[in-house]
Design a protein around this ligand. Structure first.
Ligand SMILES: Cc1ncc(COP(=O)(O)O)c(C=O)c1O
Length: 435
């Protein structure tokens, strides 16, 4: 596999972009950072023309496939009439109506441009609605780049995050004012007792509990039975706004997202990623009683580009295809076949492992122990072996993220043949990584 064009383009990139990238998460190391040329369906091509079956899908958004014709056509139709008006337009209304129809308990919707913006507005709305300031988040959960929640995410430094039975919010980056950490409480995911204890103590100060229903930034670790119901009950008991961050799960695990999959309804929900199949679009939605606090003379929400015709036309096309559930059922079924096949190969090679999450975004964890229930337990798993296998697989033309925290994402364009080819390459990759 030649990488000469990629390497010289990377040198050029690093002279103008810090580390040659526009997101720290895209830096794989000097001489190892890939440069994309194009995507088509389930495939990604690098600058040297190498083809990969893409299981990163841009960290999840590409639910149908790269350059998906029906979505591109709808966007082209929209942009012929202009993209931005500082006025409500019909694409926006159509996309919002579809979200309202598909997502349980979403009475009203406002659009944003990224998941970061959507969770930032959700937090402000919860504070407006409750008149309280503190927010509880879970260790290992990621909600975007704004300062309010960038603590103890999947890149958690355990030394800075306190003991597991008395966690403290550890900032993930320099530059966050120290006072903001006074407004954040952290808790381990799936720990019923600790959550009950912390909410009993701080419930009256908490505006919101925010969480990823499936840990889309930590190997798709799911909720234990009864866990989401436990969060719901505590929110109800103390008048706390329950915010389900469906930026990764929304329009991927089921047409109505994790709310539909698990049958638990939040007060506010955030969406992005699969909503646009790669076009930039996000949304915040929820109960009318809460959403009605947004408005003139009330809480501010908006932005020059919010609800632009490009993103909302893309969402209109994507949701039209996802609404009846057939597309997602097919993606999930293919994902189950792929993860089952990976599991069989690992078992044959004597590598202890667990598969987490639904087929459309499953996590693969290598460990002799029990399945991890939270990020601290995931940190005990064999990350190095996972990365070695993933890198060998990439050399053989199938590309999951080399970081085992990132799930394997599947798109509708992926064929049964692609799954078979991935399994063949995976067997070779396991041999190379362990031989
Ligand atoms: C669960 C979750 N919330 C929020 C975000 C932030 O979204 P964005 O990168 O669009 O700002 C992400 C991004 O990966 C995410 O996974």
């Amino acid at each position: 596999m030649s990488l000469s064009k990629t390497q010289s383009a990377y040198e050029r990139a690093s002279k103008v972009l810090p580390f040659g990238v526009t997101s720290n998460f895209r830096f794989w190391g000097e001489g190892k950072t890939p440069i994309a040329a194009r995507g088509e369906g389930a495939y990604l091509y690098d600058l040297d023309g190498n083809r990969y079956i893409d299981y990163r899908l841009a960290f999840g958004p590409v639910i149908l496939g790269h350059a998906y014709e029906a979505v591109n056509r709808r966007v082209s139709e929209a942009i012929g009439d202009g993209t931005l008006f500082a006025m409500t337009h019909m694409w926006e209304i159509r996309a919002a109506e579809r979200i309202q129809r598909m997502c349980p308990g979403v009475d009203r919707v406002r659009f944003a441009n990224s998941g970061t913006e959507a969770t930032m507005h959700a937090i402000r709305l919860a504070r407006t609605y409750t008149g309280r300031e503190k927010v509880l988040k879970f260790e290992g959960h990621y909600h975007g780049m704004h300062d309010y929640l960038l603590f103890s995410t999947a890149g958690i430094k355990v030394e800075a995050a306190g003991p597991p039975d008395a966690p403290v919010p550890a900032p993930q980056t320099p530059g966050i004012p120290r006072v903001i950490s006074d407004l954040v409480l952290t808790a381990p995911w799936n720990d019923f007792e600790y959550l009950e204890k912390v909410v009993t103590r701080h419930g009256e100060e908490l505006a919101a509990i925010i969480f990823e229903p499936i840990m889309g930034n930590a190997a798709s670790i799911g909720p234990l039975p009864g866990w989401l119901e436990h969060i719901r009950a505590l929110c109800d008991r103390y008048g706390i706004v329950m915010i389900m961050d469906e930026v990764k799960t929304g329009f991927r695990v089921a047409p109505g997202g994790a709310q539909e999959l698990f049958g638990v309804q939040a007060d506010l929900v955030t969406y992005a990623k699969a909503l646009g199949n790669g076009f930039p679009i996000a949304a915040l939605g929820g109960k009318q009683e809460i959403m009605d606090h947004i408005g003139p003379g009330r809480m501010l929400q908006g932005g020059t580009y919010t609800g632009n015709a490009v993103g909302t036309a893309a969402a209109d096309a994507v949701l039209e295809l996802l609404e009846d559930g057939e597309v997602l059922r097919s993606i999930n079924a293919r994902g189950e076949r792929l993860s089952g096949g990976l599991s069989e190969i690992l078992t044959r090679h004597g590598i202890a492992h667990h598969i987490n999450g639904p087929g459309s975004m499953f996590g693969l964890v290598l460990t002799e122990g029990d399945p991890p229930r939270n990020i601290r337990e995931w940190l005990q798993t064999d990350q190095a072996l996972y990365t070695r296998i993933a890198m060998e697989l990439i050399k053989r033309g199938a590309m999951p993220d080399p970081d085992g925290r990132e799930p394997w994402f599947l798109c509708y364009a992926l064929s049964d043949q692609d799954v078979d080819d991935t399994l063949t390459a995976f067997e070779e990759a396991v041999k190379a990584a362990t031989g």
